[in-house]
Design a protein around this ligand. Structure first.
Ligand SMILES: [Zn+2]
Length: 205
């Protein structure tokens, strides 16, 4: 077994020496590359689906095919692993291919990654991490506000209820506004709603 791994590594090494990093990236499954750079995949038969990072995609419209190619059926972006990484991190294709090889431990005998490229990649990765954390928080807040909305709705049965819960009754329109905005597809509006939620409903969020 170890022998096989060694041989595989050596053959990869010799490919790398031929400087064909593009060829080398094709040795790595596209799904591994996508996951490595933060995409969450869901299996659909022999294909995989993910939310497209290149447009505001609430339902997964990007399909990864078993032949190592991908296509977004929302914004029509498409390509292979190198194109994916190139677009994700705004790198030239050759830089993207080298980056993939390095991140998967495949030796590349080309000149070392420029500090500019490294900085760009790290910055973009950090940016994606922040975005994902924000999205998760947005969803958490949306669920709690929706629950509050249901509770208010159910508690208001008699005029006495309205009197007793007047504070919540008055909060209802704000709550509905924030919920609407949180589910909008416009990131700027979502951020604004997220701020309102924290300011107006601090005891919930
Ligand atoms: Zn897309």
């Amino acid at each position: 077994m170890e022998q096989l791994v060694m041989e595989a590594m050596l053959s990869m090494h010799s490919i790398a020496r031929s400087h064909d990093v593009f060829q080398l990236t094709r040795e790595i499954p596209l799904t591994d590359v996508a996951r490595r750079y933060g995409l969450e995949l869901r299996r659909a038969g022999s294909r995989w689906l993910t939310r497209c990072p290149f447009h505001q995609d609430n339902n997964p419209s990007l399909v990864l095919f078993p032949d190592g190619r991908w296509r977004c059926f929302g914004c029509q972006a498409h390509g292979d692993a190198t194109d994916l990484v190139s677009r994700l991190f705004n790198l030239r294709p050759i830089e993207a291919a080298r980056q993939i090889c390095r991140d998967f431990g495949l030796p590349v005998n080309n000149r070392p990654l420029s500090s500019e490229t490294r900085r760009k990649t790290e910055e973009a990765a950090r940016q994606r991490e922040i975005e994902q954390a924000f999205k998760a928080d947005l969803e958490r807040i949306r669920q709690r506000l929706a629950m509050l909305h249901r509770c208010i709705f159910r508690s208001l049965r008699t005029p006495e209820d309205y009197k007793r819960l007047s504070r919540l009754v008055h909060a209802q329109p704000l709550l509905e506004y924030v919920l609407d905005e949180l589910t909008s597809r416009d990131p700027a509006r979502q951020v604004e709603a997220w701020r309102y939620a924290r300011r107006w409903f601090p005891w919930v969020v």
